[in-house]
Design a protein around this ligand. Structure first.
Ligand code: NAD
Length: 491
């Protein structure tokens, strides 16, 4: 059986009758056949979303009514928590406790935007003082219209929620194209919105590859807004496509984020956060702190403790108890990370831990936790996103040098600093050119706080009320007192 697209509230087969198969990265075995969408399927989905926006109830419901649907979706996700987490493990490879956390956050994201939708009813307009008694003016927010969303494979269901929940809260309708590498929880989301009796056409989900299904979505003239999360090259392509129609876009792209550790940091805390910053989700995290900068006097002891702990991580299939590192998502990612490790060695960096496939695992796309030192600043592995469990560690001698090394990147998604001197932490946090800064930790992410990058890491912000604004237009409505004469032409 093939899983079909969800368009206009109906399960519809691919126009081409073609399908593709998703693979379990731990076993390298097929899991499920899924409809391979193309421009015809995308056109059907956009037409359904257009009809639902222009003529359906969705944008005309009160915020409270839309919020009730979002709360129902959150409840249905919570009811299937373990099952959805297992599905994510099978499709993506991540350890089960991480997958469970993702699904809890997915439900939490729908709840958060339900609350913001409800608040929209009270904050529906802002009065503007024009300083002219004959005029009154107000600003109102309206949904952008039909939104397109294209998402990656690293947090499949959560990335869908980060776009679907605010778009629906705002009153937009949407066409979502999940990654072809991990489409299964997006299909489960379609089942959930069907069960929640969301009006037809409000959320449409088309599965397929980037070039076959993603590109026609980004290029579709009836899509008012494109929200994209993925790599810089694809983001740049989406931006060019949007530019042809001056389409509203938001982009969440890659990173090569620094973690600066000063010598007064507790060594065990430092090791914990370095590891969480790069080994969580197998390092396939856009904000992973993959460049670690350690003050010189702490460097030798820290490196020793880090290597010791990295070697102890239990690697295996995500459902096995105690596993903290699963396989990479697919063979292409495995080859990419292995090639990066080889390239690092060729560039003169010193491999001090890992670098290969774990000896006990003969099948699955596993890569050991890998640590490089003596990494040249202009090397590929210091500058480019590897998106695997590979960290580069370097020493520094002054705060100024640490900040300079940290900011020497074309990316600016995230950064982190650790020290007992909180004033120093604040100073460094302000000096780092990135959209997300952690102090004395790395990676914890909250739906209430803005998420997005500087420089080539993206445009716009998701999450919090910033995420809702992504899907809203601002309209001014200005009135003139009809009792007064304007007196320009007619005196
Ligand atoms: P990718 O760019 O290869 O693919 C992302 C999505 O774009 C997929 O759905 C894919 O099918 C689609 N796509 C590919 N080519 C396309 C095209 N020509 N037209 C339209 N759509 C196309 O990225 P990926 O490998 O899936 O994900 C990894 C990347 O995502 C990393 O660079 C990571 O840093 C980034 N990421 C960023 C964030 C963030 O919040 N900033 C979050 C997660 C992942």
């Amino acid at each position: 059986m093939t899983f079909n697209h969800f368009i206009d509230g109906q399960w519809q087969p691919a126009d081409s009758q073609q399908s593709f198969v998703t693979i379990n990265p731990a076993t390298e075995q097929p899991i499920q056949s899924v409809a391979a969408g193309n421009s015809v399927d995308i056109d059907k989905a956009v037409k359904a979303a257009r009809k639902a926006f222009d003529h359906g109830p969705w944008p005309r419901l009160s915020g409270k009514q839309r919020g009730a649907y979002l709360r129902k979706i959150a409840d249905l996700i919570n009811q299937r928590l373990d099952e959805l987490a297992r599905l994510e493990v099978t499709d993506n490879g991540k350890p089960f406790p991480e997958a469970k956390w993702d699904i809890e956050d997915t439900a939490g994201c729908f709840e958060f935007y339900a609350a913001l939708a409800e608040q929209m009813d009270e904050q529906d307009s802002e009065t503007i003082d024009l300083g002219e008694p004959a005029f009154t003016s107000k600003a109102i927010k309206e949904p952008v219209g039909v939104a397109g969303a294209i998402i990656p494979w690293n947090f499949p269901m959560l990335m869908a929620a980060w776009k679907v929940a605010p778009a629906l809260a705002a009153g937009c309708t949407m066409v979502l194209k999940p990654s072809e590498v991990t489409p299964l929880t997006a299909i489960a989301l379609a089942e959930i919105v069907e069960q929640a009796e969301l009006p037809a056409g409000v959320l449409n989900i088309v599965t397929g590859t980037g070039p076959e299904a993603g590109q026609p979505l980004a290029e579709h003239p009836d899509v008012d807004k494109m929200a994209f999360t993925g790599s810089v090259p694809t983001g740049s392509r989406i931006m060019s496509m949007a530019a042809n129609q001056v389409k509203n876009i938001s982009l969440e792209l890659g990173g090569k984020s620094p973690l600066i550790i000063f010598a007064d940091t507790d060594i065990e805390q430092a090791v914990e956060w370095i590891m969480f910053g790069i080994f969580w989700n197998q390092g396939q995290v856009c904000s992973a702190t993959s460049r670690v900068l350690v003050e010189e006097s702490l460097y030798p002891q820290l490196l020793e403790r880090l290597t010791e702990e990295a070697k102890k991580i239990t690697i295996g299939e995500g459902n096995e108890s105690g596993v903290l590192l699963g396989p990479l998502v697919n063979e292409a990612q495995y080859q990419k990370v292995m090639a990066a490790i080889e390239r690092g060695q060729g560039e003169g960096a010193k491999l001090v831990c890992g670098g290969g496939r774990p000896e006990h695992l003969h099948q699955g796309y596993y890569v050991e936790p890998t640590i490089f030192t003596e990494v040249p600043e202009d090397s590929w592995i210091w500058q480019e996103e590897i998106f695997g469990p590979v960290v580069c560690v370097k020493s520094f001698t002054s705060e100024e040098q640490a900040v300079q090394l940290a900011n020497d990147s074309r990316f600016g998604l995230a950064g982190a600093v650790m020290s007992n001197d909180l004033q120093r932490c604040d100073r460094v946090a302000c000096a780092l050119r990135a959209g997300i800064i952690w102090i004395n930790c790395s990676q914890p992410t909250f739906v209430q706080a803005p998420w997005g990058g500087y420089k080539q890491s993206g445009i716009g912000r998701e999450l919090g009320h910033w995420g809702l604004n992504n899907y809203l237009e601002t309209k001014q409505i200005t009135s003139y007192d009809p009792q007064q004469r304007w007196g320009w032409y007619i005196k």
